[in-house]
Design a protein around this ligand. Structure first.
Ligand code: NAP
Ligand code: G4F
Length: 345
């Protein structure tokens, strides 16, 4: 029998890479999607098959982390061996604007799911392993390098919510003997990264500037330093955590940090452009409280799980810039085609 997994946040960056990884390992993948008035499944459309297809390996269920009855129903229907809780309002700056919703989805949402699993395990006698998507943002102002023993010092409503989710997970592990693991992942990016996170915002702008569709890029704090890895490498660490004999907490990082300025410089240079000609500062992108320096020490993940990153900073930048140059070229062709159509009309 193939193993089955349930993923919250399957439509997000990590959800899409994790789905591909699990499918490659023969899993049946259940995913929770939010109802939206427009399609929100672009990142997983390539692995999704019609419900009438007997060979389908991805099953989508409507649900929301703010709705515990729905979560309970999906859990009972999917009866997974592994649950990956990736769903979240994941934007730090947005969490200052929507703090209550962020707490509801990210902190209480995790609690709701844990409580469903606790009951499901109790009344079915099944074994379910749970992965909680924790974040290096939880370290916030703590001195780098940060590892599993570093005390949390969250600096945003998002980070506070993730700290609460982390401790709910620890408590349910200890109180009910459940297999619950917290991944503490440092920033990870890809061509599928949301376009309002700084790396993708930069590489999208590089592509569009190169294609003549944009002439400026407005950014906030260029001095912040992050430990940026590739999302495809990081979902492998998530999976390894749930295959390990014991649950626990694991930092996942590259061990190298760069500033936003350095990312911008490298991304523009990868397209043969000088970043200083295009980047301008807009203070509206500054955060009320900033996280200045995140640098992870993933020794435990390497020693215990045999995990290490495969993609370095320059490969990541190149991958994202090339993908976004391709995307912008497509946009330019559509734009040119539309101009021609209108001039003929
Ligand atoms: P993402 O691209 O923003 O995806 C978030 C996912 O959560 C989307 O599928 C989104 O659905 C879903 N979601 C949002 N609110 C929800 C709700 N109320 N109920 C159910 N689903 C909801 O994030 P990501 O980069 O893949 O990150 C995955 C997880 O890892 C998140 O929990 C994030 O906080 C955490 N994390 C990320 C990083 C990173 O650098 N990427 C680092 C550490 C931790 P829609 O598609 O409908 O919006
Ligand atoms: O790309 P960011 O928005 O990512 P941030 O805040 O580090 O959060 C991401 O990583 C976390 C892991 O540490 C995740 F938990 C979280 O879900 C998310 O995926 O910002 C990175 C840095 C910040 O210091 C920000 O102030 O870039 C700085 N920045 C400068 N200009 C900007 C901009 N960030 C954004 N989003 N947009 C700007 O224009």
């Amino acid at each position: 029998m193939a193993k089955s997994a349930l993923i919250t946040g399957i439509t997000g960056q990590d959800g899409s890479y994790l789905t591909e990884l699990l499918l490659s390992k023969g899993y049946l993948v259940h995913g929770i999607v939010r109802r939206s008035s427009s399609f929100n499944t672009a990142r997983i459309d390539h692995v999704y098959k019609d419900p009438h297809d007997p060979n389908r390996r991805v099953i989508l269920h409507y649900g929301d982390l703010t709705d515990s009855t729905g979560l309970r129903r999906v859990l009972e229907a999917a009866a997974p061996e592994e649950v990956y809780n990736l769903g979240a309002q994941s934007h730090v700056k947005v969490s200052f604007e929507n703090p209550e919703y962020t707490a509801d989805a990210d902190a209480l949402g995790t609690l709701r799911l844990l409580d469903c699993i606790r009951d499901h395990v109790q009344h079915t006698g099944r074994k379910v392993r749970f992965y909680q998507a924790g974040s290096s943002e939880m370290f916030g102002a703590a001195k780098p390098p940060q590892n599993e023993t570093t005390a949390f010092y969250p600096r945003s409503p998002y980070a506070v919510s993730k700290v609460a989710a982390h401790w709910y997970a620890v408590n349910y592990r200890e109180a009910y003997g459940l297999f619950i693991t917290n991944g503490i992942l440092f920033n990870h990016e890809s061509p599928r990264r949301g376009e309002t996170f700084v790396t993708r915002k930069i590489t999208r702008a590089v592509g569009r500037i190169k294609a003549g569709l944009q002439d400026k890029l407005f950014l906030g704090n260029l001095d912040a330093r992050r430990d940026w890895g590739f999302a495809g490498d990081y979902v492998d660490a998530m999976w390894r955590m749930l295959q390990h004999s014991e649950p626990g907490d694991f930092v996942v990082a590259t061990g190298k940090a760069y500033s936003v300025r350095e990312f911008a410089e490298a991304a523009f240079a990868a397209a043969g452009l000088d970043w200083q000609k295009y980047v301008q500062i807009d203070p509206s992108y500054f955060r009320p409280t900033e996280v200045d320096f995140l640098l992870g020490d993933a020794t435990k993940a390497e020693t215990v799980l045999g995990w290490s990153p495969k993609t370095d900073f320059s490969q990541l930048v190149k991958m994202m810039v090339e993908a976004d140059i391709g995307l912008a070229e497509g946009e330019r062709l559509v734009w040119a085609n539309n101009c021609q159509t209108y001039s003929m009309a």
